[in-house]
Every structure is written in C-alpha cells, then in structure tokens.
Design a protein around this ligand. Structure first.
Ligand SMILES: [Mg+2]
Length: 376
C-alpha cells in the first residue's frame, strides 16, 4: 500500500454567538483536516490542532511531498522520519500539529486495512462507551455570567453529565464568585474542574486555589504558563487541589519534565497537537511510570474527537483496582459544527458518555459535500 495523495481541508464556520476564555475570543471555529489517500483506494483522516493556515502550509509545502509513495501503515517509521526532518526547525507547535494530523490519518488507514476499530488495533478489548465531562462555562454574551452559567449547568445535568469544567481567569475575586455560583447550580455530587488557560502567575493562581478549595474542585487546569514548571510546583505546594495541564505541550520530550517533576496530577496531551496517536501513546506510557493519569484534551472536529476516544479506550486502567474504572474524557460543549455537520453519522453521545465507533479505522465517515460548505 502506498500513499498517493495528501489533501488539506481548511475549514471555517462563523459562530452564532462569540465566546471567550482567558486568552482570546472566538467568533468562528477553524480547523485543518487532512485526507491521505492510497493506491488501494482508501483514505485516512487526520486533524491538526491550532491555527489552520500554518499547519496546512507545513503539510502542503514541506511534509506531504516527502510522503508520497511510502506505506502509511508504517506509523512508527513515518513518525520518526517526519520528526527527524523537522527537529532542527520546530520541536513544538505547528510542525508537531502537522505531524499529528498525518499520524492520525496513517493510523486510520492502518486500522481500516486491519478491519478493526482503531482502539482494538491499539490493543484494547471491546469497549462500549467512555464517560465524559462537559467543557463549557465560557465568558462572553450579553447575559450576566451567573445567569448564563446557571442555564448551562441545567443543560449539562439534563444531558447526563456527572462532571463539568468551567473557565476561570477573570481575576481571583470574580473567579471565586463564579466558581461558587456553578457549584451551587450543579450541586455537591457533580465533579467540578476549573481551567485558567494559564491566565495567572503562581501567586495569583495559588490565591485562587485557596479561595475555591471549599468548593470541592476535582482539578485546576493550566493555572500558570505551560513554560513555568516551577510555577506549577509553587501552586501545588499552596493547595490540596490536584493540578492538570499539557494541552500546550508536545512530544514525550516536552512532557517528560512536567511528569518527572510531578508538576501535574492529570496530564492532558491533545492527540492533534502532541504528535498524534504514535506520540500520545509514548506520553501516556511515560505518565504511567510516574503514576500520573493521562486524559486527552479534545477540542476538535469529529476527527480529533474520534482519535481521542480510540486512544483513551486503549489506555489501561489507572491505577489498577477492583473498583469501577474511572476514565473520563473531555466533551467540548461549545458551538462547533465540525463535530456533527461534516460526518454522515456523528459519534454517539448519550447520558454523559461518548460511544466508541465500532467500524474499522477511526470509524467516522466524512461527508465531502458538507466539508465543501466550510472550506476556505
Ligand atoms: Mg484547557
């Protein structure tokens, strides 16, 4: 089997209402999908996290020409080939997102060729579904945030979620008020996580953590800059709330110090950024050495979402015990037509859980005519 073409699809969709988090506002969603075709007629799909244009350029103008004629099932060799060709110029960021998209597409093809859903090819036994947590409670809109968040909380509870994640980063005082409001709205039994998207310095992050400790916070995500491991450790010393992070990190080399120093209690590689399935597996294995739970960050289209699900389904229990498995995967609830409108059958979501696609490969069927509606 040989790669005979790699096509990039830059997608854009305007949102009905903009939303914001601590770093910037989204008025539209954009993503980059890639389609790898082979001389045997099949196609595999991948996605790059982050700005679509530079990732598309990295693939079209640099990486894709090197790949034509190679066997896409050689995932490990191809990953190292691509990484070696980019190491001198970009060990993180866009080039890794581009490699991630290619790697996911190669795994999609490999699993289709094997006639297995990807998670089975990765070595997992049959799995039906994975419980997820709702990612929402963003800023923006014309309604006061307390009111908006109360409404959202009701929706998530009605959808069967047992865990929710809210944004923070509006200043310690305001965050503390809003965390208390969301806790009141969801009640005491729902897991509540907070995510600052590195809005704070260590002193402010520690102050916020102490302020919300009484609200039973399951984790505090990206309290400080992803570059500031000492800052993570400072926050950890100041609070009993576990820390999470990793969505801005890439490759096992980037994750290693974060894990070795126990800067995070939950590590969150994004498969569409960290280096794809191949590298995500290595990061999760490395995390297991330090007894740290790897749970993927997932904010993309149906392609990225399926990649995260298959990857996570193939991770072993952590830690091993007789009690029920406590896996929990991210479920972005912000407006994103690329989760549903570009596939013939969206990944099934029911009562707070994602159901694993059971057809070969990623198990999603892309609707090309729908893609064209969003293509730039
Ligand atoms: Mg986050």
């Amino acid at each position: 089997m040989r790669i005979d073409g790699i096509r990039t699809w830059r997608l854009r969709a305007d949102l009905s209402e903009p939303f914001a988090f601590s770093q910037f506002e989204y008025a539209r969603r954009e993503t980059l999908l890639i389609e790898v075709s082979t001389d045997e007629g099949g196609a595999g799909w991948g996605e790059a996290y982050g700005p679509a244009a530079p990732a598309a350029a990295a693939i079209n103008d640099f990486l894709a020409p090197m790949l034509v004629g190679l066997d896409p099932r050689d995932t490990e060799s191809l990953w190292h080939f691509l990484y070696a060709r980019t190491l001198d110029h970009g060990q993180k960021g866009t080039l890794l997102a581009a490699i991630s998209a290619l790697d996911i597409a190669f795994w999609d093809i490999k699993a289709q060729a094997a006639g297995m859903p990807l998670y089975r090819l990765l070595g997992a036994g049959y799995a039906e579904s994975i419980p997820c947590y709702a990612t929402g409670f963003y800023f923006g809109g014309s309604v006061p945030l307390e009111e908006k968040f109360e409404r959202e909380a009701r929706l998530y509870l009605a959808d069967g979620f047992r865990a929710v994640k809210m944004k923070v980063g509006l200043g310690v005082e305001r965050d503390a008020e809003l965390v208390a409001a969301v806790r009141r709205a969801v009640g005491p039994r729902i897991r509540l996580m907070i995510d600052a998207n590195h809005a704070y310095d260590p002193v402010a992050a520690a102050a916020l953590a102490r302020r919300v400790e009484t609200q039973d916070i399951f984790w505090f995500e990206e309290p400080v800059s992803p570059l500031d491991i000492e800052g993570y450790l400072y926050v950890k010393r100041a609070t009993s709330i576990p820390l999470a992070g990793g969505e801005c990190e890439h490759t096992r080399f980037g994750f290693e110090p974060l894990l070795r120093r126990r800067a995070v209690d939950f590590v969150q590689p994004d498969l569409c950024a960290c280096g794809g399935i191949s590298e995500g597996l290595k990061i999760a294995t490395l995390a297991s050495v330090y007894n740290i739970h790897a749970t993927p960050h997932a904010w993309g289209s149906a392609v990225g979402q399926a990649a995260a699900l298959h990857f996570y389904a193939a991770r072993p229990r952590h830690p091993a015990s007789l009690t029920a498995e406590d896996k929990m995967i991210e479920c972005d609830r912000t407006e994103n037509p690329f989760r549903t409108a570009i596939v013939k059958t969206p990944v099934r979501f029911e009562r707070g859980a994602w159901y694993l696609p059971q057809t070969p490969g990623l198990g999603i069927e892309i609707d090309r005519s729908a893609l064209e509606n969003f293509q730039l």
